[in-house]
Design a protein around this ligand. Structure first.
Ligand SMILES: [Zn+2]
Ligand SMILES: [Zn+2]
Length: 217
């Protein structure tokens, strides 16, 4: 779906009435004219309020149908199919404009997630904690993939993971639990523990924290 939108963003559609570029919008669920679907989730629409079709449409609709309304010019993405769509007012589609920047951001994040996922199978032999951490710290990433990443923590046995994971708040409690168990296991393997007062890593045998000097007994 996201890739569909991004493909559409590369299309340029121009209004034949006002020569302005059309805006990509989410399609309304129903074809206003005949009750059929558009066959597309998105439509390119001329939202120019100075557009001659829109300006002259009011009079035409009043004469023709006797009610208040006008037309917006629109084209179906990926085609030259076009319609003059009846609208009741000038704000008819302003709420459904596709947020292009948000889409691009979302896509960038998604590409990074895919990259990290692709590195997971080799992260052990390459001792590469990076993709594992990336996925675990990305709340928008696929939860199944994040759980696969969590399963890599103990085999990787890298103390570097402790701080970033401890500082992250997980929305998924079962993932959080897995991560906490993994962190405990890694600390144990390194004969380390976290000071309950300052959270610094210290030797498991320490009786006094070397960082905050608190008595640990
Ligand atoms: Zn126009
Ligand atoms: Zn301490």
């Amino acid at each position: 779906m996201l890739s569909t939108v991004l493909k559409y963003l590369e299309e340029k559609h121009v209004c034949p009435h006002c020569k302005q570029e059309l805006t990509l919008c989410n399609a309304p669920p129903i074809h206003v004219g005949d009750g059929l679907g558009w066959g597309s989730e998105y439509l390119f629409i001329c939202l120019n309020n100075e557009c001659s079709l829109f300006v002259n449409g009011w009079k035409h609709i009043e004469n023709q149908y006797g009610h208040v309304g006008s037309y917006r010019y629109m084209e179906i993405p990926g085609s030259n199919e076009n319609y003059n769509m009846m609208v009741a007012g000038k704000d008819a589609f302003t709420g459904s404009v596709v947020d292009i920047e948000a889409m691009k951001q979302q896509n960038k994040r998604y590409q990074e997630e895919k990259k990290a996922e692709a590195l997971l199978p080799t992260c052990l032999e390459e001792k590469n904690l990076e993709p594992v951490l990336f996925l675990l710290l990305d709340e928008a990433a696929n939860i199944e993939i994040r759980k696969k990443a969590a399963a890599m923590l103990v085999p990787l046995n890298d103390l570097e993971c402790v701080e970033p994971l401890r500082n992250h708040s997980f929305r998924d409690t079962s993932l959080e639990q897995e991560v906490n168990l993994a962190v405990s296991a890694i600390l144990t393997k390194h004969y380390m523990k976290e000071c309950p007062y300052c959270a610094e890593l210290i030797k498991a045998r320490a009786k006094v924290c070397k960082h905050c000097s608190k008595d640990l007994d």
